[in-house]
Design a protein. Structure first.
Length: 611
């Protein structure tokens, strides 16, 4: 694992990273009273609803709900995790990052590997442009009509067709074989008598560097130039300490800002297709890295776009891959459409021969995932026959069932009914049958799903969280007197727990919230929304501390009333000693509820309950 950044460093970064200055370095801000306003960079809008508050050091969009502190903004805008945001902000502020005890060695080791990958990238580039033995790479780029400026922009290189070229280079530049193996540049022979000898993984291949969200090279994809038909067309870096193919998208680092602006991603199958899209002006194109699309890929894309355009090869494998990928994006809650490339073409050849305008026309004529699937099935079998129609309907419903969004599901069913010539009610009935159908084979029962948060926020809980966020020093009252298992909304519980921990440890409450937040930034958004809410009526006669005490008593009283009501139901059926015990407990709860009317009368009870 990477080293853990020390809390002292995080707070120093926060103190030297004014949210107005940082956000203003990315987008234009306009002053509006005590706050700053602009169009939200995270969703399309015509009227500014994105605000930055300098006093509270937070941002919040009243349109899409995104919000948080300076770290959260960089995470969203740059598409990095918390550690990545901290590094970017530290560099900006000129701060040297310190790590918790025991964590810095590993991080320094990773820093050496990142440096190694950067040097290897330049080594391959030098070979491509300057080594006489690498003419095959230069000739290939010319045949594919890839301009030098784009080849250099994407740092394309060439691995000589030799067995120990990168190994000898590593030795010359003081990189150990263990380091070269750790990043996947070399591997060991398993042939009998080879004595585990190392050799280059990439030989005779055009090298496409793969970058992470911070623009660091973490792996390579090597395309063969002149090889036997048995050789793999592409060889990719295996999973390493730096590179995990299921979490990487090719060219995302270059496409990010265009993705944010357009809110739609063009999804291709390979590096050459992505490169050609960028050459043609379609700079929101990315591709998976040597694997089918995964849930992680979909989540990464969802952070910056609302929909995807799948531009895969027109052969059977490409069609099937497009349908499968569309299901993955549906699961993530994204709208997906599929572009039909003419037979015999791929995105690269089509843009080269037909031009960018014609390619844009293909994008504009894209089909919904459902219509594309219907057209594919029509081309493969007679779906108007009784058997074919049932098979088509079942396949389409298996796609629709992937979306968790009820509105999207209803729209897709309506579309499918029109395409198949079936009553909408029939498809809805069959869909319900599929949803109820048990698994074909018995399996271990899955863990019980967590109950969804209540649809409506308990008013007192939300108000308490709002007061505590506004004045974190009052979190001590919550930590001391309110059992948090009495708070029913999980997001309110999480914010209150974070506030209590921040008060106990002296940390900034937003730092603790970020540590506990989910991938969607739910808690950061809530905290920012609470801080941006209109100030509640607070006066000398009714200060915030009094409001917090009142809300604590109200939440406890609500829980006691629930418990007393449950006892009354049990008493109706109770007999003998059990009934006597219930009556005694019921009487105690009634007495306690009277004490909970005021803080002064409740305090002895609250103090007693701590023990």
């Amino acid at each position: 694992m990477a080293g853990i950044i020390s809390k002292r460093t995080i707070e120093e970064i926060r103190a030297r990273s004014n949210v107005v200055d940082v956000v203003g370095s990315y987008i234009q801000l306009n002053r509006s009273g005590a706050a700053y306003k602009t169009l939200c960079p995270f969703h399309k809008e015509k009227t500014p609803s994105f605000q930055v508050n300098q006093e509270r050091q937070i941002f919040h969009c009243f349109g899409c709900g995104s919000g948080g502190d300076v770290f959260r903004f960089v995470m969203l805008y740059e598409g990095v995790d918390f550690v990545g945001a901290a590094r970017l902000l530290a560099t900006r502020a000129g701060i040297t990052i310190e790590y918790e005890s025991g964590g810095d060695k590993d991080e320094n080791d990773k820093a050496a590997l990142y440096s190694l990958m950067d040097q290897a990238t330049r080594f391959y580039q030098d070979k491509l442009y300057n080594d006489p033995d690498c003419e095959a790479g230069r000739a290939y780029l010319k045949t594919r009509d890839i301009p030098d400026e784009f080849a250099k922009e994407f740092q394309i290189g060439y691995a000589p067709d030799k067995w120990e070229e990168i190994l000898l280079w590593g030795q010359k530049n003081k990189h150990s074989a263990a380091q070269l193996e750790a990043v996947g540049l070399i591997t060991q022979s398993t042939k009998p008598g080879a004595n585990n000898k190392y050799y280059d993984r990439f030989r005779g291949r055009l090298m496409f560097p793969i970058h992470d969200s911070q623009n660091r090279v973490i792996g390579f994809s090597g395309r063969i130039i002149n090889g036997s038909s048995e050789a793999a067309k592409y060889v990719n870096t295996p999973d390493t300490v730096l590179f995990h193919k299921s979490q990487v998208l090719y060219a995302l680092h270059r496409a990010r800002h265009e993705l944010v602006n357009k809110r739609v991603a063009i999804i291709c199958e390979g590096q050459i297709d992505v490169l050609r899209c960028h050459v043609g002006g379609f700079k929101n194109a990315v591709a998976a890295q040597g694997t089918a699309f995964t849930e992680q890929h979909a989540r990464i894309i969802k952070r910056v776009v609302e929909s995807v355009l799948l531009v895969f090869d027109p052969d059977k494998a490409g069609q099937d891959a497009a349908i499968k990928a569309s299901k993955m994006f549906m699961q993530a809650g994204l709208a997906s459409r599929i572009v039909r490339i003419p037979a015999g073409d791929d995105p690269d050849s089509f843009i080269r021969t037909k031009g960018a305008v014609a390619f844009q026309a293909l994008l504009d004529a894209s089909l919904s995932a459902i219509e594309f699937q219907v057209r594919v099935m029509e081309s493969r079998e007679d779906i108007r026959s009784e058997v074919g129609l049932m098979r088509a309907a079942r396949a389409i419903l298996q796609t629709i069932i992937e979306t968790p969004n009820a509105v999207q599901r209803a729209a897709l069913i309506k579309e499918a009914a029109g395409l198949l010539g079936l009553p909408q009610a029939a498809l809805e009935q069959e869909l319900q049958h599929l949803l109820r159908k048990p698994a074909a084979l018995p399996a271990a029962a899955p863990p019980a799903p967590k109950p969804p948060p209540p649809k409506t926020w308990p008013r007192e809980e939300l108000q308490l969280a709002e007061h505590i966020i506004a004045e974190p020093a009052l979190a001590g009252l919550v930590g001391k007197y309110l059992p948090l298992d009495m708070v029913t909304h999980p997001h309110c519980v999480a914010v209150l727990r974070a506030a209590v921990e921040a008060a106990n440890t002296g940390q900034n409450v937003m730092s603790v919230i970020l540590e506990r937040d989910d991938a969607d930034g739910t808690l950061s958004q809530l905290a920012a929304e609470l801080q941006m809410a209109p100030v509640k009526t607070i006066s000398a006669e009714f200060p915030r501390e009094t409001a917090v005490k009142h809300l604590i008593l109200k939440i406890i009283s609500t829980e006691y009333e629930k418990r007393r009501a449950a006892m009354e139901l049990e008493m109706l059926a109770g007999k003998g000693k059990a009934a006597d015990s219930l009556r005694m407990n019921h009487a105690q709860f009634t007495a306690d509820l009277k004490l909970l009317k005021t803080w002064e009368t409740a305090l002895p009870l609250l103090e007693f309950n701590q023990h």
